[in-house]
Design a protein around this ligand. Structure first.
Ligand SMILES: [Zn+2]
Length: 411
């Protein structure tokens, strides 16, 4: 009997303890008032607001969440999210006001303080208040040194202002925080930043520093094409043309698909050292390896045309056009050559034949991340700010790919 009472007492104590715990979890003492934490989260407006958010209906989401926030004016996360939604809607002033109000709350803990500051920084960045955004993200990092969102935003702001050295330091911090899985991406970004720092040194004609930077970029990421091109340029400036040529050739070895970036430099370099044949050989090798590499054909055409072999140049250009009908540069080169030959009727007719079925497209480079288009190859996307995301969009008549489309789709 005694044992039974003891057992019962223990059980009751346990239940009371659990109930107290539950109550503590549910209610929170805010400025002398007990707040039911679940009241907001269980309100229909809150759930509805989340559903609208998921389906991308921002206006309706704001309306519902505003109603939910009236249940508890102290709901921190809800006010934070509402501020962010105002920013997304373009109401930057209102977003700033919302987040500043949160920051004025007494007894904010460190995490909430950092979160509200981060959102405020995003508001400033969106509104174009660059200095204030930089200051705010730096403030976040004082509270939370490993805040990746603050570091990423800070890096982009520094890049926007061409503060490559500062961006480099920020990226190094990010790389340390993210650890090994993100390291290859960081290495590549650091290499592009080294390349930019090298270009700045080159502008100031500090060739020794520039060469050091480009070499460091290659050391960090051997596939960073512009660093080879620019290191070659530095050697050229320093009077070492043979060394420059070797470096430009390495750029082609590293990324043959971007060989054309080095072609003009190499054409002039080979000519200066009296080795024209090496240019012809290089172009032939590139077109043999990649038949759609129209720039090598076009470069070779320009080269042979400059030596007076117009008919041979036209043959090369027509071949290039068949593979890339959208490349305006080829059309222009053809017309230049045709006029140099005084527009022979037969050749003009051949041009019309080749182009009859062609698809034209003026801006063939596209960002793989955000689909931003550009007429030239860019190393950093001006829209999504990502590095090295541009590929050349090649349009050709669908022939062999048609067979791959399932019958159900083509019907
Ligand atoms: Zn992009």
């Amino acid at each position: 009997m005694q044992g039974y009472i003891v057992l019962l007492a223990v059980l009751v104590a346990l239940l009371v303890g659990m109930a107290t715990g539950k109550a503590w979890e549910r209610y929170k003492l805010v400025e002398g008032r007990w707040i039911d934490r679940r009241r907001v989260r269980q309100s229909p407006d809150f759930i509805l607001g989340l559903n609208y958010l998921v389906s991308g209906q921002v206006d309706l989401a704001i309306e519902s969440l505003e109603k939910a926030s009236q249940l508890d004016a102290g709901a921190f996360e809800l006010q934070l999210v509402l501020g962010n939604l105002y920013r997304e809607k373009g109401q930057v002033g209102r977003a700033i006001q919302e987040h500043q109000t949160l920051l004025q709350r007494p007894r904010l803990n460190r995490i909430d303080h950092a979160s509200a500051l981060l959102c405020l920084g995003l508001d400033y960045r969106r509104g174009g208040f660059v200095d204030r955004a930089v200051a705010t993200f730096s403030e976040v990092l004082k509270l939370d040194a490993a805040n990746e969102a603050a570091l990423t935003n800070l890096e982009k702001l520094q890049e926007d202002q061409h503060q490559w050295q500062e961006a480099y330091v920020t990226r190094q911090r990010l790389s340390l925080i993210a650890g090994p899985p993100e390291q290859p991406k960081s290495q590549s970004i650091l290499a592009f930043l080294e390349n930019e720092i090298g270009l700045q040194a080159m502008k100031q004609r500090d060739f020794a520093e520039a060469a050091r930077r480009f070499a460091a970029a290659i050391e960090l990421e051997p596939s960073v094409t512009p660093a080879y091109l620019h290191l070659g340029d530095v050697r050229h400036e320093q009077g070492d043309l043979v060394g420059a040529i070797a470096m430009w050739e390495r750029a082609i070895d590293v990324s043959p698909e971007r060989a054309y970036l080095a072609l003009e430099r190499l054409e002039e370099g080979y000519r200066t050292i009296g080795a024209d044949a090496r240019f012809v050989e290089l172009c032939r090798r590139l077109t043999a390896a990649a038949p759609r590499e129209w720039r090598a054909r076009a470069a070779l055409a320009r080269h042979v045309a400059s030596q007076g072999q117009q008919a041979k140049a036209l043959d090369l250009l027509f071949a290039a056009l068949e593979h890339n009908p959208h490349a305006l540069a080829i059309h222009q080169a053809i017309w230049n050559t045709l006029s140099a030959l005084d527009l022979p009727r037969a050749l003009v007719a051949r041009y019309i034949d080749v182009t009859r079925e062609s698809v034209f497209y003026l801006d063939p480079h596209v960002c793989m991340r955000c689909r931003y288009r550009s007429t030239e190859l860019l190393w950093q996307c001006p829209h999504c700010h990502e590095w090295n995301t541009f590929v050349e969009e090649r349009i050709s008549p669908a022939t062999d790919t048609e067979a791959e489309i399932p019958a159900s789709v083509s019907q």
